[in-house]
Design a protein around this ligand. Structure first.
Ligand code: NAP
Length: 249
């Protein structure tokens, strides 16, 4: 797909992978809208990189609609929706007192919101000449991380859902991309340690994602995720036990 003069929405674009994606896409000459819950982070990104900011919690239908409305009013179309916002909660399922609220938060933000936002964005995407959706999944779709079971489950959900939507939306001309990153050095990624995991820098990941978008690589498997994909097929039990050693802090 073209990566210039596009109207792009990046959820969770105020920090981490989303901010790096937004910066690099804006630098290529695209108009980039970002949303998130922390208004101070969004404002800082707006001032530093000329991004368009709409404060929003992606789990609320009215917030999703407000973001889409802002883009519709300003540009009348959306070319690329990047479903990036996500949370990872590591907890002991049996003993954690507030496990239920963490479960609901992970499933709401990581699984339900990307799909409902994609559905609500379809009318605006259909006004683009070459519309696309990118789901930011995770290598944990290939192998669950035992310390973050619900997070891993949401990313397996995204992996399956992206494949089904790719097949369905081809008929209406919408390209569905997915990237399955390994551990990335962001607030989320630096909260885990394991000698089995190789950490990728956000700038390197985004450089791979932009190459993948430009070359219409619909499923992108960067860095160590390629190894995880292979091992999950040939020795899943061994891989599971190694990744289960990951520690969260
Ligand atoms: N870092 C890794 O190791 C890694 C590996 C594989 C995949 N991923 C995936 O990559 C994506 C980005 O992760 P990251 O590492 O950049 O994490 P991060 O640094 O923690 O950033 C997450 C972003 O999501 C936003 N967000 C969270 N909940 C939201 C909500 N309800 N509504 C709107 N925005 C929300 C946050 O902004 P606010 O707090 O302001 O809302 C923040 O900007 C996630 O989907 C994650 O699962 C990360």
């Amino acid at each position: 797909m073209l990566l210039k003069d596009q109207i792009v929405l990046v959820t969770g674009g105020g920090s981490g992978i989303g901010l790096e994606l937004s910066k690099q896409l804006a630098a290529l000459g695209n108009t980039v809208f970002i949303c998130g819950r922390n208004v101070e982070k969004l404002k800082a990104a707006e001032q530093a990189y000329g991004l368009k900011v709409v404060p929003a919690d992606v789990t609320f239908a009215e917030d999703q609609q407000a973001v889409l409305k802002a883009i519709e009013t300003a540009h009348g179309r959306l070319d690329l929706l990047i479903n990036n916002a996500g949370v990872l909660h590591a907890y002991d399922f049996a003993s954690q007192e507030d496990a239920v609220s963490r479960i609901e938060s992970e499933i709401g933000i990581n699984a339900i919101a990307p799909v409902t936002l994609a559905k609500r964005a379809l009318p605006l995407l259909s006004l683009s000449q070459a519309p696309a959706i990118l789901f930011v999944g995770s290598g944990s779709a290939y192998v669950p991380v035992a310390g973050a079971p619900v997070y891993s489950g949401t990313k397996a959900f995204i992996h399956h859902t992206a494949q089904g939507l790719r097949h369905q939306l081809k008929d209406v001309g919408i390209s569905v991309f997915e990237v399955l990153p390994p551990v990335v050095a962001t607030d989320m990624g630096t909260a885990m340690t394991s000698r089995n995991l190789k950490v990728m820098e956000p700038a390197d990941l985004v450089s791979d994602i932009l190459k993948g978008l430009a070359s219409d690589t619909l499923e992108m498997v960067p860095g160590q995720s390629r190894q995880l994909r292979l091992l999950s097929r040939i020795m899943p039990g061994y891989l599971f036990r190694q990744i289960a050693k990951t520690r969260f802090h």
